[in-house]
Design a protein around this ligand. Structure first.
Ligand code: SAM
Length: 327
């Protein structure tokens, strides 16, 4: 098997790039050799050395699921079954193509059989939609419930997946932001949802003073519950439209609303103090992500860094620009 030899210090960044570019061969394990990580790959990346190592294929959840379904689905149907699912706490959220709808209950039950930690299987009925960015879901197997408790970066988060937005795919980004926070920062999290950005930062930085703003009343209730659950004292919650409040003098403003954060940039710019940082999330053309994202910013702020957070669709990626307000 081919592995890309990457210094450990660059490990997480390169692993993400490999995943984004579909070069990471996730069915094989990552190996550790001295100060290097060896990532299983199906092609080259940058100037990193490729080495050959023996490795056994891992039993990935979806591989196991496909095995469990071998008697139920034909080869073509197996190909059509999306091979990834989101596992949030003990709830699996699965994308099942329309053609397989008649067999969805058996698919859900197969998943419960191969994954003892999954209690409930829900099916995605569409994309995240509306102002609250919530997805319609349908129960298909296991315990009929939509509430779960999820752990991330040593924070507990409890919420109802059918009533609020939540994405496990932003976990690395939340940690990246938290790692940038300096002593005693005042931080504004707009579009805070059930609080994951605020919670992860509060855990790492008890001296930070965090304000989290959210419109969806269900997400606000969960965020308040999560603050108590984690015994945090340094998060204040504002319930309502981000435009309804006045802000100033923040060291950092986080804007995780990629569909329309550009409409709130004026507000974020006035909330930040001179020299403050604004983390602006947006959707951009995958062929030209930086230029496309930049075109949404009217003010000429310095971009201290940027990255592709995750693929969004075939031609679109989610991007974050870290902007600095001039002093
Ligand atoms: C994409 S979600 C991000 C949630 C959370 N930050 C996370 O990472 O899980 C965007 C959130 O912004 C909220 N929202 C949308 N418009 C808003 C507004 N005008 N003011 C405050 N919150 C808003 C939605 O209800 C939703 O919870």
């Amino acid at each position: 098997m081919k592995f890309l030899k990457v210094p450990k210090a660059q490990g997480e960044k390169i692993r993400q790039k490999l995943t984004e570019k579909a070069i990471f061969a996730a069915e094989y394990p990552i190996l550790s050799e001295g100060s290097y990580l060896l990532f299983p790959v199906n092609g080259p990346y940058g100037d990193f050395e490729i080495v050959e190592r023996a490795a056994e294929k891992r039993e990935l959840p979806f591989l196991k699921l496909k095995d469990a379904l071998a008697d139920l689905l034909d080869e073509n149907e197996l190909q059509n079954l999306t091979t990834s699912f989101d596992l949030i706490g003990d709830i699996a959220i699965l994308e099942i193509p329309e053609s397989l709808s008649p067999k969805e209950k058996q698919i859900g039950e197969a998943l419960l059989k191969v994954h003892k930690n999954i209690k409930t299987v829900l099916k995605k009925l569409g994309p995240m939609e509306g102002e609250y960015r919530v997805r319609r879901l349908r129960f298909i197997a296991g315990e009929e419930k939509t509430e779960t408790t999820y752990r991330e970066h040593n924070c507990l988060m409890r919420f109802d997946v059918s009533k609020v937005y939540f994405s496990i795919r932003l976990s690395t980004e939340r940690k990246r932001i938290s790692d940038l926070v300096k002593a005693q920062e005042r931080i504004l999290v707009l579009f805070a949802g059930v609080g994951p950005f605020a919670l992860v930062i509060a855990k790492d930085h008890p001296d930070a003073d965090i304000t989290a703003v959210e419109l969806n009343p269900d997400a606000v209730s969960s965020m308040k519950e999560n603050i108590i659950l984690n015994k945090f004292q340094n998060i204040s919650v504002l319930s309502g439209d981000a435009r309804a409040f006045k802000y100033d003098d923040f060291d950092r403003v986080i804007m995780p609303l990629p569909h329309s954060a550009d409409k709130f940039l004026d507000l974020a710019f006035s909330a930040a103090k001179p020299g403050g940082i604004i983390h602006f999330y947006t959707l951009a053309d995958s062929k030209n992500p930086l230029e496309d994202a930049k075109s949404k910013i009217k003010t000429n702020y310095e971009i201290s860094s940027w990255r592709i957070v995750r693929p969004y669709s075939a031609d679109i990626v989610q991007v974050v620009l870290d902007l600095v307000k001039p002093k």
